[in-house]
Design a protein around this ligand. Structure first.
Ligand SMILES: *[C@@H]1O[C@H](CO)[C@@H](O)[C@H](O)[C@H]1NC(C)=O
Ligand SMILES: *[C@@H]1O[C@H](CO)[C@@H](O)[C@H](O)[C@H]1NC(C)=O
Length: 432
């Protein structure tokens, strides 16, 4: 898709309605986070074995990164954050339920809108109809939110409305009109619904995902650091704080995505490290990884100032090649187990499963936070071939390391965008 295709799109009329502010003040709320491959997800394929599922999850990220590397994207950051998780929310007045992909590696909130132009991916619920919502407002092309899109990715429509184009690193995209709406979170039938009026979203009329999607999915909710993300837009209402607690993909429980002051519980177990937000599009969350300790040995990264992206949607952890090979060598030495010859792609280090493996104490030393990883954060069991494989691989792109979601299982990971910290609390995510 060329970003300018949208110039030719026909336009729908605006309905401008005043909305009443509700739920003013500080809010804390939580919503279920559903893993793409969990039995609770519309993507669940019961015919796959656990091994196939693990390899599929690991492979998707890898091919995406390789693909970007082959294209040799220059200074721009690649898009490592796959859409691994789903959330339910409601949009408009009356509220319409939407199932959205969610991640921390993108900013925009968008839904497929009616009338669709050119192409919309199939969805088994009606497209969102802005004309039927009393709280929909179209934003003008001179509005500040419109100018947050880079030049060439926003334009004035015939009625001076903001036409946007937003593309992901994997070439998935959405094109449409930028507007504002009331977003609701929680159970629409229950008392716990929280509503936020006038939130900026993309009313996408030409959209596609480049990967297999379910007809239940209707768009994306970005949790990145940029101004258009849900987290940034809820801002003061949630004290600029959110957290997640990720469960293994095959868990039959849902974990929680929490917003607000209650989302980060500070205990004496809380490990806190500086959060670094660099001016990039999309705005990733960076941490400083100073070193990795493996048993008695330590490998220094030799660099600070935001050398690793923390990403909820990237399953594997990717380390700069030099760092990776040092890490792997020390791990092999500490375990006393060499890798098998035929390592299934995309892994680099696998060995036959055996009893009584003594795993070395492994710590990712972020500035101010020694995050001890359990064997289950580092190794994946591939039952079909009776192997354990390291869920850490060398990054295909120099200078980019990513702290992925396997490594974050069983931690409540809290982001404080105002205090500029990320905290890790060891937790049983089924109980959060
Ligand atoms: C949408 O994406 C799918 C999957 O990559 C692709 O096969 C299809 O050609 C795309 N359609 C359009 C209109 O971009
Ligand atoms: C944390 O605090 C609790 C009670 O306040 C105490 O029992 C526990 O030992 C403390 N843990 C650490 C690691 O200091």
């Amino acid at each position: 898709m060329h970003p300018f295709v949208f110039f030719s799109l026909a336009l729908y009329s605006l309905s401008i309605v005043c909305s009443t502010e509700t739920n003013e003040g500080l809010r804390s709320f939580s919503i279920d986070l559903i893993h793409n491959d969990s039995p609770l997800s519309p993507f669940y394929n019961p015919s796959l074995t656990r091994s196939q599922r693990i390899i599929n999850i690991a492979l998707t990220t890898f091919s995406q990164l390789t693909f970007l590397d082959e294209n040799n994207l220059p200074e721009t950051l690649l898009f490592p954050d796959k859409f691994q998780y789903l959330i339910r929310y409601y949009i408009g007045t009356p509220p319409v339920e939407r199932l959205a992909r969610v991640n921390t590696g993108s900013d925009l909130i968008w839904v497929q809108c009616s009338p669709c132009k050119v192409y919309c991916f199939p969805q088994n619920t009606p497209l969102f109809e802005p004309d039927k919502s009393s709280t929909f407002t179209s934003l003008s092309c001179n509005s500040q939110p419109c100018t947050l899109f880079p030049p060439g990715q926003h334009k004035c429509g015939n009625l001076d409305q903001c036409l946007y184009s937003y593309q992901y690193g994997d070439k998935s995209f959405t094109v449409g009109t930028l507007g504002t709406e009331t977003l609701h979170f929680g159970s629409i039938t229950g008392a716990n619904i929280v509503s936020f009026p006038n939130k900026i979203f993309g009313c996408g009329v030409y959209n596609n995902f480049t990967f297999v999607t379910s007809e239940k999915v209707t768009g994306v909710v970005g949790l990145g650091a940029g101004p258009l993300s849900l987290v940034s837009q809820l801002g003061d209402h949630i004290g600029h704080k959110f957290s997640y607690c990720l469960l293994p993909f095959d868990s039959t429980s849902t974990s929680k995505l929490k917003f607000g002051s209650d989302s980060i519980i500070t205990t004496n177990d809380t490990l806190s490290t500086p959060l670094i937000i660099k001016p990039s599009l999309p705005s990733f969350y960076f941490l400083n990884l100073e070193s990795i300790t493996i048993g008695q040995k330590i490998v220094q990264t030799g660099q600070i100032d935001g050398n690793i992206i923390i990403a909820s949607g990237t399953p594997m952890t990717f380390l700069e090649p030099t760092l990776y090979y040092n890490f792997e060598a020390l791990l092999q030495e500490a375990l006393g187990i060499e890798s098998v010859q035929d390592v299934p792609s995309p892994f680099k280090y696998c060995f036959a499963f055996r009893d009584h493996i003594v795993f070395p104490h492994t710590v990712f030393q972020f500035t101010g936070a020694s995050v001890a990883l359990k064997p289950t954060n580092l190794f994946l069991e591939i039952p079909d071939i009776h192997m354990l494989c390291l869920a850490v691989v060398p990054s295909p792109q120099r200078g980019i390391s990513i702290f992925g979601s396997f490594a974050q299982y069983d931690f409540q990971v809290g982001y404080d965008l105002e205090g500029k910290t990320v905290s890790f609390i060891p937790a049983d995510c089924t109980k959060i």
